[in-house]
Write a protein that binds this ligand. Structure first.
Ligand code: FDA
Length: 498
């Protein structure tokens, strides 16, 4: 039910009493729009038709976050939390349906405190991955953290859904390296790992954003990297044998030593093999000659650099500097739609021929394929909510882009049709998907009696979490039985009697 205007007034009064007024932006504040769009990554959700928040709160300490939740509960106004604003469906700042809600934007809560001796760090949710990586590199050139590639992603949303990048084969998902966290629950209580209990601490490490409360900070284990890593990028067109090489890549890449990660970007009639190796060309070249000679890697392809230099190199281009990863304003302004798959059986060569025909169509997008195996595949599916582990060969992300000049319908249709075509060749029962590549086409919550339905949630929930979905719903039932924290794909509470 949509709360009455009176409860919105009550909410704003409650907030004004608890939070300095310069941290509160109502729709009538002159800077409301600039604060709202400050971290909107996908302009698709910044249109006149977008359901916008009643107000935005920008806390500078934990008590402000607690107050926002207490005021929201008291006045029946929900809050959505935003860290980096990169959600593919914009759920951190917009609602898919009419709803009165507030945004708690954590951009001001972004400190990173590295303990170099212990090789750990406390990072606040509002920090970007770039800020985390930069702070680690200032403390030591031999330490790193395994998370995503895009430096403007927020730690809060990213860790909430798992988080992986080029170190995934060596060190797993970001949340495999989380040791502790602080959480503001639906009662406005600030909890650490001990206080939140085993089930909730398990759930916040990959169970998706928004469901369990507002995670304020995370204690992470830093991982060792060598003084230099080797990067390479080799491009093969269909005419140069891309189909055969990709067919082979599917079996080779997930079985390589963990120090070697080779992903593929397929677009138009080209496959680009992008790699990071935790070592020097002297050992990489013989390894590639014996394991993947089809790629034809030679020394001229290889570029040695420090791990921190690899961050701007891979995402911002070879001209970017390490300081550029501190830039919080997002550069790309294109509209986009994405979805994902997991592949457990290599796709036959004749199907790759058809895939490249899909990529050649007008309005086609691209595929990004990240190989698994190694550490990410070595943990049991139930170790964390992120269940895509043993037996996964690789993850596929499908993306398509357009500009403000079109409505994107042709691009979205291509993505949906291509996704349908891929069905027989990817994981099934359930067809797995990665929650951080959020796609509302996979299903949305149905609210029954003011609580989201567990049964309806299974439709999308088992794709993201497989058998872990039920345990997530039980954890939700413990920490937020009234379902205060919710969005179109939040975990529904399952109230059990045990
Ligand atoms: P945002 O602030 O939008 O939050 C995402 C969700 O989490 C929302 O539902 C939000 O309410 C919730 N949330 C946010 N902060 C929270 C908190 N503190 N506590 C509880 N819930 C919270 N992924 C990946 O694994 N590897 C990669 O390399 C990339 N690359 C990439 C590039 C680009 C350009 C984009 C747009 C996205 C990616 N991603 C990715 C996906 C990314 O990991 C995913 O979108 C994250 O959820 C983004 O986290 P943000 O904090 O930025 O999002």
């Amino acid at each position: 039910s949509v709360p009455s205007l009176a409860s919105s007034d009550g909410f704003l009064q409650c907030l004004s009493a608890a939070i300095p007024k310069q941290l509160l932006y109502t729709q009538s504040s002159p800077s409301f729009t600039s604060v709202l769009v400050s971290s909107i990554r996908n302009p698709k959700f910044s249109t006149p038709g977008t359901v916008r928040p009643l107000c935005i709160v920008t806390p500078t300490n934990a008590s402000h976050v607690q107050a926002a939740v207490v005021c929201g509960r008291r006045n029946d106004v929900r809050v959505r939390v935003r860290s980096g604003g990169h959600d593919y469906e914009g759920l951190s700042y917009r609602s898919a349906r009419p709803e009165v809600f507030a945004v708690v934007d954590l951009a001001n809560l972004r400190s990173v405190r590295v303990d170099q001796k212990a090789a750990t760090a406390w990072v606040d949710s509002g920090a970007t991955l770039g800020e985390l990586y930069y702070a680690i590199s200032k403390a030591s050139r031999l330490l790193a953290f395994p998370a995503g590639l895009c430096p403007t992603i927020g730690v809060g949303g990213h860790f909430s859904g798992g988080g992986f990048g080029m170190l995934l084969r060596k060190y797993g998902v970001a949340i495999d390296n989380v040791l502790d966290a602080t959480l503001v629950d639906a009662n406005g209580k600030l909890l650490d790992k001990q206080a939140m209990g085993t089930d909730v601490f398990w759930a916040i490490r990959g169970g998706g954003g928004e469901s369990f409360g507002i995670v304020l900070s995370w204690k992470v284990k830093l991982v060792p990297v060598p003084p230099a890593v080797t990067m390479f990028s080799v491009t093969k067109s269909v005419d140069e044998g891309a189909v055969d090489i990709l067919t082979r890549w599917q079996e080779v890449a997930p079985a390589l030593p963990e120090d070697l990660f080779i992903r593929v970007l397929a677009q138009k009639q080209v496959a680009n093999f992008e790699s990071m190796y935790l070592g020097t060309p002297d050992t990489l070249l013989p390894l590639m000659r014996s394991r993947f000679p089809e790629l034809g890697l030679n020394r001229t392809h290889c570029k040695e650099m420090t791990w921190i230099q690899s961050v701007p190199y891979i995402y911002l281009g070879s001209a970017a500097t390490v300081e550029d990863i501190l830039n919080r304003t997002t550069a790309t302004r294109s509209f986009s739609k994405a979805t994902s798959d997991y592949v457990r059986r290599a796709i036959p060569k004749d199907v790759w021929v058809k895939i490249f025909a899909w990529l050649a169509k007008p309005d086609a997008g691209l595929m990004i394929m990240d190989p698994y195996g190694g550490k990410i595949g070595s943990l049991p599916d139930s170790a964390t909510p992120f269940p895509h582990r043993g037996g996964v060969l690789y993850n596929i992300q499908y993306m398509n882009f357009w500009s403000a000049a079109t409505d994107g319908s042709a691009q979205m249709r291509w993505l949906r049709d291509f996704y349908a075509f891929m069905g027989p060749y990817v994981s099934s029962n359930p067809r797995e998907a990665y929650v951080n590549y959020r796609d509302l086409d996979l299903g949305q919550n149905v609210v029954v009696g003011n609580v989201t339905s567990y049964l309806a949630g299974k439709v999308w929930g088992e794709k993201y979490f497989k058998g872990n979905f039920r345990r997530l719903a039980v954890a939700k039932g413990k920490v937020d039985p009234n379902n205060y924290f919710r969005n179109e794909q939040s975990i529904p509470p399952l109230l059990t009697t045990k």
